[in-house]
Write a protein that binds this ligand. Structure first.
Ligand code: COA
Length: 214
C-alpha cells in the first residue's frame, strides 16, 4: 500500500488527532461533541467515515457520514441519536432508518492545510460512495458560516426543514440531490483512494507538515 497522501478509513491510532481537530474547530463555537460521539458515528457506518492521510499515517482531516433519515440530524454529543423537524412542526420522534439519504455529519481539515482542496476531495469521495450505493441524497447541517462553501459544492438550503436546534444560531439544513449532483466522481470508488491530482509541490508540502502535535 502506498505511503503517499490518500483518503482511507479511520484507524484506531487516528482518534487522538481526530479529537484534537474536532475540538479545535468546534469548541470555540460551543459545538464540540467529544471523541466518544465521533466514534459512535464511525462505528455506525465505518465505510462512510474517512481521514485524509498525508503520508506515513498522519491525519490532516476527517469526514464522518452515516445513513440518516432525510430531514433529520444527529443530536450533538449523542453519536447518532436522531432529531429532526420539518417546517417548524414537532420533531419526528424516533426517525425511521433511511436507506436513501447519507448525512454528512462532520468534516474538518487541519487549519494549516485548508484551502488546498482537501475537504472537496473528501466530499467527492463520499458522493462517489453514495452514488455507487444508490443513495438519493446527501444532507448536512451547515455551521460556523460555511453555507457558501457547501453551495459551491452543489448543496442547497432546504426551506422545508427547520433550523436544526443545538447546532448554533446560524445552522442551516442543506442537501444535495444525487440525481443532479454536479460533482464529477468515478463510478467505482476504491475504499483506499490515493489523493490524485496533487502537484509534486503540494505533496512535498503535505509530507513536511506536522499535523496536530501529539
Ligand atoms: C470548511 C472546511 C472543511 C473547508 O476545508 P478546505 O480543505 O479548506 O476546503 P477546500 O480547500 O476543499 O475548499 C476551499 C474553498 O472553499 C471555500 N471555503 C472554505 N471554507 C469556507 C468557509 N468557511 N466559508 C465559505 N467558503 C469557504 C473557499 O472559497 C475555498 O475556495 P478558494 O480557496 O478558491 O477561495 C475547513 O475550513 C474546516 O475544517 N473548517 C472548520 C470545520 C467546519 O466548519 N466544517 C464544516 C462544518 S458544516
Amino acid at each position: 500500500m502506498s505511503g503517499g497522501p490518500r483518503i482511507r478509513g479511520v484507524a484506531e491510532g487516528d482518534w487522538a488527532v481526530i479529537g484534537d481537530l474536532e475540538s479545535q474547530a468546534y469548541a470555540p463555537l460551543g459545538l464540540s461533541e467529544g471523541p466518544g460521539a465521533l466514534r459512535k458515528y464511525q462505528q455506525a457506518s465505518p465505510d462512510t467515515c474517512f481521514v485524509v492521510d498525508v503520508g506515513g499515517g498522519r491525519v490532516a482531516g476527517y469526514l464522518m457520514a452515516l445513513p440518516f433519515p432525510e430531514g433529520g440530524w444527529p443530536e450533538l454529543g449523542q453519536g447518532g441519536g436522531a432529531a429532526g423537524r420539518r417546517g417548524g412542526r414537532a420533531p419526528y420522534g424516533p426517525l425511521a432508518p433511511d436507506p436513501y439519504n447519507l448525512h454528512l455529519h462532520d468534516v474538518v481539515i487541519a487549519p494549516e492545510l485548508r484551502r488546498r482542496g482537501l475537504a472537496m476531495r473528501l466530499v467527492r469521495h463520499l458522493v462517489g460512495i453514495a452514488r455507487t450505493r444508490a443513495y438519493r441524497s446527501v444532507s448536512l447541517v451547515s455551521v460556523g458560516g460555511t453555507q457558501a462553501f457547501w453551495r459551491e459544492r452543489g448543496f442547497t438550503v432546504r426551506p422545508d426543514v427547520a433550523a436544526p436546534g443545538g447546532y448554533g444560531s446560524d445552522a442551516v439544513y442543506m442537501s444535495l440531490s444525487l440525481a443532479d449532483a454536479p460533482i464529477d466522481v468515478p463510478i467505482d470508488v476504491p475504499t483506499d483512494a490515493p489523493i490524485g491530482e496533487l502537484t509534486d509541490e503540494l505533496t512535498d508540502e503535505l509530507s513536511g507538515v506536522r499535523v496536530c502535535s501529539p
